[in-house]
Ligand binder design. Structure first.
Ligand SMILES: [Zn+2]
Length: 369
């Protein structure tokens, strides 16, 4: 494989690893990314700490988004090396964010710079490097508010270049039990209704998790898990309110409303509500051109599913999207996370191949050479 820009890309990854960029604190990393792109003739703009670059092809056409994220989670205390040393050793760079998602960011930036130098495609390529993906998906939200929905999107997360076309969504539910309080000293003679006990008794009837809805061929079944319970305060007052949270990982076609109905049926005395369903599931059909060109560029025969969230969860329903990138998801958020130089090279080659292939697949007649 001939990749003259690999050295430059490897250096960029080392530089980014040396710049701390914990969620919400990505300004310096964003500055560096913009300067790097600008030095290669790619203009970009800022949306907070998110960097967006636009590359116009030689002919007009649809819009393809490449997106990944600049932020990292904080380093735990189990690291055996300086997480910001940013040193390549024996074809491996160990550092905070090297795998999640530095390799994807650098591979996308490198591919974008190379495509900008020779934009032989009919359409618009957008590169969006997001802030706060690890905490609240702010960068993707800001991008969509400013640019609108693209015609297709490739989200860069470490998948070992597997093509993820289906991703579970997240919905959070609140359960509330209302009771009637009294002074704890009067429980034997004053009428009351202990909300804490009602919640505990009803929750104890549930299995460890629920499996609502149908099975998805790549994602299995949705899950609902009770993850928090709050009730009571002062020791001398019988609580009149208990509240629990339920985390729902939803696979298509199961919806938050389906889950709400099931929770309400199993917990008849609780008041069940949807607290959040902003992060929807993704289910791009295997036959979609984006999936097909991604499989071809990645050298894979079939797409896979993923239960971990990513920024593509914010895309409006119906926008074809896949999640593909160099590195391994199992290394994300672990001490001594690393990326291999071979992985970086394969990532660059993937993005560089998939972008023109997607434009070509949509408009085969537009570019003759
Ligand atoms: Zn990530």
């Amino acid at each position: 494989m001939s990749l003259p820009h690999l050295d430059e890309a490897a250096q960029l990854l080392a530089e980014l690893v040396r710049i701390p960029s914990i969620s919400g604190d990505e300004a310096a990393a964003a500055d560096h990314a913009q300067a790097w792109l600008s030095a290669r003739g790619v203009d970009s703009e800022r949306l907070g700490h998110t960097v967006v670059a636009r590359v116009e092809g030689s002919q007009p056409g649809p819009t393809l988004l490449l997106n990944s994220h600049l932020d990292t989670v904080p380093a735990g205390n189990q690291w055996t090396v300086d997480p910001h040393a940013g040193v390549w050793q024996d074809g491996r760079l160990t550092g905070l964010g090297a795998n999640d998602a530095g390799g994807c960011v650098v591979a996308m930036m490198t591919a974008t710079a190379r495509l900008a130098a020779q934009p032989d495609f009919a359409g618009t390529l957008l590169l969006s490097l997001h802030a706060e993906e690890e905490t609240n998906n702010r960068g993707m939200g800001d991008f969509l508010a400013a640019y609108g929905a693209p015609d297709a999107a490739i989200t860069g997360e470490p998948t070992g270049l597997d093509v993820v076309r289906s991703q579970a969504g997240l919905a959070v539910f609140t359960l509330q039990w209302h009771g009637k309080s009294c002074h704890a000293a009067h429980v034997a003679r004053v009428e009351h209704d202990n909300a804490l006990l009602r919640a505990a008794r009803e929750l104890a009837t549930l299995p460890d998790w629920l499996h609502p809805g149908e099975e998805h061929p790549l994602l299995g079944k949705s899950t609902l898990a009770v993850t928090a319970l709050h009730a009571g305060g002062p020791h001398n007052k019988v609580p009149d309110l208990a509240e629990a949270l339920v985390d729902g990982r939803l696979v298509p076609p199961t919806t938050a409303a389906d889950c709400l109905a099931q929770l309400q049926e199993k917990l008849p005395s609780a008041e069940v509500a949807i607290r959040s369903e902003r992060l929807g599931p993704i289910d791009t059909p295997e036959v979609d051109q984006l999936v097909q060109v991604a499989l071809e560029a990645a050298g894979r025969s079939e797409a896979v599913g993923s239960t971990t969230l990513s920024d593509m969860a914010l895309l409006p329903p119906g926008v074809p999207a896949v999640k593909v990138g160099p590195g391994q998801t199992a290394r994300s958020h672990t001490p001594d996370e690393y990326l291999l130089l071979d992985e970086l090279a394969a990532g660059i080659a993937f993005y560089e191949a998939v972008v023109p292939a997607w434009f070509q697949a949509l408009h085969p007649q537009s570019i003759s050479s």
